[in-house]
Design a protein around this ligand. Structure first.
Ligand SMILES: *[C@@H]1O[C@H](CO)[C@@H](O)[C@H](O)[C@H]1NC(C)=O
Ligand SMILES: *[C@@H]1O[C@H](CO)[C@@H](O)[C@H](O)[C@H]1NC(C)=O
Length: 597
C-alpha cells in the first residue's frame, strides 16, 4: 500500500527509473522475484505480553495451555529460540526494546534494590534525548500508537508536563497506563506493599519502645518528656502519612489515560484486555490506508490477574491460564483484522514478553499467579535463562518466508534497528546502538547472528555475559554473581518477592561460573577447568570483551535513583479536583467489541 517514492531517496524519478529497470533485470536474471516488495515499507504491529513465560505457549512446547493464535503466528512466521530480553525487569527491558540500547546507557537501571517504578508521581523516566523507533518511524510518516502499558515515567516537574509520556517518545496515540498493572489495582488481590511490611521490624520497634517506657517508669533511664512526646508525634505522623499513601494508592496509581488525559481513575480491570483490543482494532481500521506502527503492550499477564467473563475458568491453569488465553484471543483479533483489512502481507508482526515469569507470584490463597519458564532456570529479576529467554515470533509474509526457527542469539533490542531501517529512517550515528538488524537472519541471507557477545545486567550491575564464538556452536555464559534464592532449594526469592542485585542478596563468583548453553540450556552444571579444557580461554575472551564494553558505557543521570522513584505529590495526575479524591468513572470513548468466539 505504501510505496517509497523516489523523492524519499533524494533522487529524481527520471534518474531513478533506468536504475530500477536495471536492478530488476539483474534480480530477474539471478532468479529472484523482482517484486516491489523491496521498496515497500511494512507496517509494524509489535505485541508485548507482560511477565509471560516462554513455556506458556503452545509453539514453545506447552501442551496444556491453549494459545492457537500465537501458535499461528509461529507457523506463519519465524520462531526465535534464543531471544533475549535486554533486562529481566519491565522498566529496563522496555527501555532497551524501544531504544535498541542496553538500558544502562539511558540511566533506566537502578543502583539499589527496586528496579522498576511503582509510583506514578515519580520524576524519573526515559530521557528525552533517547530516540525510540517510534519517534524515528513517526518522522518517516508513520502513524504511531502505544496501546497498553508504558512503565517508563510520566512527568518531570509538574503534574502535566508529560516529559516522559509516550507522546514525548514518538507515540502519537496513547491509550493505556503510564505505570504497570499492580496487585493493588484490583481490590481483593493483595498489595505490592505486603512484602514491604515483612521487612519492617514492627515487633522489635514496639518491643523497644515498651522496654524503654518500662525502664523509664522504673527510673533506670530518664527519657525527657519532650523528647518522648516528640518521638511519639513523629511516629504518629509517619503512620498517618503512610496510611493515606496506602489508602489512596490504588486511586493515585491505577489510572487509564487517553493521550494526555486521565480518563478512568482508578481503572476497572476485568474487561481491560478487551478494551485495549478494541482500541487496537480501531487504530488499524483508521490507518489502513497509511503506514502505521502499533505497539500493543498487554497489561496482562502481570498481577493482579484478570480475565473478562468469557475467559474466566476457560483454561486448566486457573486465572493465570485464563489471562493468557484472553491475550491469545486478542492476538487473534489483531491477526484477523490484518487479514480483513488486507494488510497481513505488508505488516511485520512481532510478539514477545518483556521478561520471564515472576515465580514469586503466588496469591494469598496459594494459587499460582505466574507463568512457566519451561526447561530454563529461574525467572523474572534474574539473569538465569528463565528470566531473560523470551518468546520471539516474527511474521511478515511479504518480507521473508515463515515456518522456520532461528536459534542464534537475538535480543529485544534488535527490533530498534530492524524497524528503523524498514521504516526508511537511518540508524542514529551519534550514539551506541546495541541491537542488530534482524532482517539478514530472517531472510536467510545470514546464518549467524551479529551478537557475538550479549551483556546481561541485573539493574545497574553487570551480572553475566553470553558469548557465541563465530567458529563454534558453543554458547558460553559466564556469571560474575548469582542471586541467593530463598528458600535455598527454590529458584526464586520469596523473602523479597523479587531477587535483588546488591551485596547481601547475591553470591559473587571468582572465578566466574561458566556454562555452555548449547549442551546445558538449563544451566544445571557449572563447568570447571577439569571438565572444560577451554575454561580459561573462554574466561579470558569474555573478560576482554567485558572490558571493551564497559569502557564504552558512559555515565548518565540515574533515572531510578531514590529521588526519581519517590512519590512527589506535585507530579500526581488526577482526573478530578483533589476534593473529589482523584476518582473518575468509566472512559466513555471506549470502543465496543464483539467477541468472535
Ligand atoms: C503450560 O503452562 C502452564 C501455565 O504456566 C504450566 O503450569 C504448565 O506446566 C505448562 N505445561 C507444559 C506441558 O509445559
Ligand atoms: C465487562 O463487559 C461485560 C460484557 O460487555 C459487561 O457485562 C460487564 O459489566 C463488564 N464489566 C465491568 C466491570 O465493567
Amino acid at each position: 500500500m505504501d510505496f517509497k517514492t523516489d523523492e524519499d531517496f533524494g533522487i529524481s524519478s527520471a534518474a531513478m527509473t533506468p536504475v530500477w529497470i536495471l536492478a530488476c533485470a539483474v534480480l530477474v536474471l539471478r532468479g529472484s522475484a523482482c517484486a516491489a516488495r523491496d521498496v515497500r515499507r511494512p507496517n509494524f504491529v509489535l505485541l508485548m505480553v507482560d511477565d509471560m513465560g516462554i513455556g506458556d505457549l503452545g509453539c514453545y512446547g506447552n501442551k496444556t495451555l491453549k494459545t492457537p493464535n500465537i501458535d499461528r503466528l509461529a507457523e506463519e512466521g519465524v520462531r526465535l529460540t534464543q531471544h533475549i530480553a535486554s533486562a529481566p525487569l519491565c522498566t529496563p527491558s522496555r527501555a532497551g526494546f524501544l531504544t535498541g540500547r542496553y538500558p544502562i546507557r539511558s540511566g533506566m537501571v537502578s543502583q539499589s534494590k527496586v528496579g522498576v517504578y511503582i509510583i506514578s508521581a515519580a520524576s524519573g523516566g526515559l530521557p528525552n534525548q533517547e530516540l525510540t523507533f517510534a519517534r524515528l518511524a513517526k518522522d518517516q510518516g508513520y502513524s504511531t500508537a502505544l496501546i497498553g502499558k508504558w512503565h517508563l515515567g510520566l512527568n518531570c516537574d509538574r503534574h502535566d508536563d508529560l516529559c516522559h509520556h509516550p507522546s514525548a517518545h514518538g507515540f502519537e496515540h496513547f491509550y493505556g497506563i503510564s505505570m504497570t498493572n499492580l496487585r493493588d489495582c484490583q481490590p481483593g488481590h493483595g498489595s505490592v506493599f505486603q512484602h514491604v511490611h515483612t521487612h519492617v521490624p514492627y515487633g522489635s520497634l514496639a518491643l523497644g519502645a515498651l522496654a524503654l517506657a518500662f525502664l523509664h517508669a522504673r527510673g533506670v533511664v530518664c527519657v525527657p518528656r519532650r523528647l518522648a512526646l516528640g518521638m511519639l508525634g513523629l511516629v504518629v505522623m509517619a503512620a498517618a502519612l503512610f496510611g493515606v499513601f496506602r489508602w489512596t494508592f490504588r486511586d493515585l496509581n491505577c489510572f487509564l489515560m487517553r493521550g494526555a488525559e486521565v480518563v478512568e481513575q482508578p481503572f476497572v480491570s476485568e474487561n481491560l484486555t478487551r478494551r485495549m483490543t478494541a482500541e487496537a482494532l480501531q487504530f488499524l481500521e483508521r490507518n489502513s490506508e497509511r503506514p502505521f506502527l502499533l505497539f500493543l503492550s498487554f497489561l496482562q499477564v502481570h498481577t493482579a490477574l484478570f480475565a473478562s467473563s468469557q475467559f474466566q475458568g476457560r483454561s486448566s491453569h486457573g486465572l493465570y491460564g485464563d489471562a493468557v488465553m484472553e491475550v491469545d484471543w486478542s492476538v487473534g483479533e489483531v491477526l484477523r483484522a490484518l487479514d480483513r483489512l488486507r494488510l497481513a502481507e505488508q505488516t511485520l508482526v512481532y510478539l514477545t514478553s518483556d521478561q520471564g515469569p515472576h515465580l514469586e507470584e503466588i496469591s494469598v490463597r496459594g494459587e499460582v499467579h505466574h507463568g512457566y519458564s519451561g526447561i530454563y532456570r529461574a525467572g523474572k529479576s534474574t539473569n538465569w535463562e528463565g528470566g531473560i529467554r523470551v518468546p520471539g515470533l516474527l511474521r511478515w509474509p511479504g518480507g521473508f518466508p515463515g515456518g522456520r526457527d532461528i536459534s542464534d542469539p537475538t535480543s529485544n533490542m534488535d527490533l530498534f534497528p530492524t524497524v528503523v531501517k524498514l521504516a526508511g529512517a537511518s540508524i542514529p550515528q551519534d550514539r551506541e546502538i546495541d541491537g542488530r538488524d534482524l532482517l539478514p537472519l530472517l531472510r536467510g541471507e545470514s546464518e549467524r547472528s551479529e551478537h557475538e557477545f550479549l551483556f546481561h545486567y541485573c539493574n545497574a550491575y553487570l551480572n553475566a555475559v553470553r558469548w557465541s564464538p563465530r567458529n563454534s556452536s558453543a554458547v558460553w555464559k559466564v556469571f560474575f554473581f548469582s542471586p541467593i534464592f530463598h528458600p535455598e532449594n527454590s529458584s526464586a526469592c520469596f523473602h523479597t518477592h523479587a531477587c535483588f542485585c546488591t551485596p547481601g542478596y547475591v553470591t559473587y563468583h571468582a572465578p566466574p561460573l561458566l556454562f555452555d548453553l548449547s549442551r546445558d540450556p538449563s544451566e544445571s552444571r557449572p563447568l570447571t577447568p577439569d571438565t572444560e579444557p577451554a575454561f580459561r580461554a573462554v574466561l579470558e575472551a569474555v573478560a576482554a570483551a567485558t572490558e571493551r564494553h564497559s569502557r564504552g558505557v558512559v555515565p548518565v543521570p540515574d533515572q531510578l535513583s531514590p529521588g526519581n522513584m519517590l512519590w512527589k505529590p506535585w507530579l500526581q495526575p488526577c482526573c478530578s479536583s483533589w476534593t473529589r479524591l482523584c476518582r473518575c468513572a468509566r472512559d466513555h470513548q471506549q470502543g465496543e467489541l464483539t467477541l468472535s468466539h
